[in-house]
Structure formats: structure tokens, C-alpha cells
Design a protein around this ligand. Structure first.
Ligand code: FAD
Length: 117
């Protein structure tokens, strides 16, 4: 059980990082299969999220705002939007989603070059 607030926050920071980075690396023009994979990934992420209270609340967020999986920018903006819903609930400052830019550049661009070479 992650009853410790520090551990819970650390888990949250790591989880958001993976999520936002995944959206930032999602295809600009995904296939139907890629879009479906991202939709399932987000739903399973919620279902299996190790902090039970967090998962329960995030499930309600997903029910109201289903994952946007039509493109990289749609996914990134959606991710920013739902993170802001969680921020608001936790009395954290709102993040300006227009400023997300390269904030989640994972330095993985070398893979892309190799893949297209
Ligand atoms: P975090 O919110 O972890 O954000 C990390 C960094 O991401 C920030 O420093 C900022 O650079 C950037 N960022 C902030 N907002 C955005 C945004 N909108 N879009 C893109 N980048 C952004 N904790 C609880 O105590 N109760 C909960 O119910 C709860 N539910 C959660 C649900 C989910 C799905 C997740 C992933 C985490 C949840 N957490 C919850 C953890 C919580 O959201 C934070 O991760 C944790 O409190 C640490 O907060 P932080 O201030 O370090 O920044």
C-alpha cells in the first residue's frame, strides 16, 4: 500500500512523465490500430494504476473525457487537459498547455532516424 505521501507523489511524477512522453512520441498520423492501442493503454493505465484512490478518481475523469487518440497533438493536448483536472483537484497550479512544446522530448529522435534510414 502506498500510504506514504512522498512515495505517492514520486509515483505520480514518474507516471505523468511516461504518459506525456508517450503522447509526445505518438504518431502524427496514427493508423486505426495505433489509435486503438493508445486508447487501450490509457484505460489499462487507469485500471492498473497502483494508487487506488488516484485510479478511482482518474476513472471518472476518463469517463467524462475519453482519451483523444486521433493524432499526436490531440493526444498531447488531451493529456495536458486531464493532468490539469488532477492538478485542480489537488490544489496545484494549472499548467499552460500551449507551452508544452518540447517539454516531453525524451531524446529518442535517434530511433526515428534509424527506423527511417
Ligand atoms: P506532477 O503533477 O506530478 O507533475 C509533474 C510535472 O509535470 C510538473 O512539475 C510539471 O512540469 C508538469 N506538468 C504539470 N501539469 C502538467 C500538465 N497539465 N500537462 C503536462 N505537464 C504538466 N495524487 C494524489 O495525492 N491524489 C490523487 O488522487 C492523485 N491522482 C493521480 C492520478 C493520476 C492518473 C496520476 C498519474 C497521478 C495522480 N496523483 C494523485 C499524483 C499527482 O498528480 C502528482 O503526480 C503528485 O502529487 C506530484 O505532484 P507534482 O507537484 O510534483 O507534479
Amino acid at each position: 500500500k502506498l500510504g506514504n505521501a512522498t512515495a505517492k507523489a514520486e509515483l505520480g511524477r514518474a507516471a505523468w512523465k511516461v504518459l506525456h512522453t508517450t503522447f509526445a512520441r505518438f504518431p502524427v498520423k496514427p493508423t486505426k490500430d495505433e489509435s486503438e492501442a493508445l486508447r487501450q493503454y490509457v484505460h489499462l493505465f487507469q485500471r492498473l494504476y497502483p494508487c487506488g484512490d488516484c485510479a478511482e478518481h482518474f476513472g471518472k475523469v476518463l469517463a467524462k473525457y475519453p482519451p483523444q487518440v486521433s493524432s499526436r497533438s490531440a493526444a498531447a493536448m488531451w493529456g495536458c487537459y486531464v493532468h490539469n483536472i488532477v492538478n485542480k483537484r489537488l490544489h496545484k497550479p494549472e499548467y499552460d498547455c500551449e507551452q508544452i512544446g518540447d517539454a516531453y522530448d525524451c531524446g529518442c529522435a535517434d530511433d526515428e532516424k534509424k527506423a527511417s534510414a
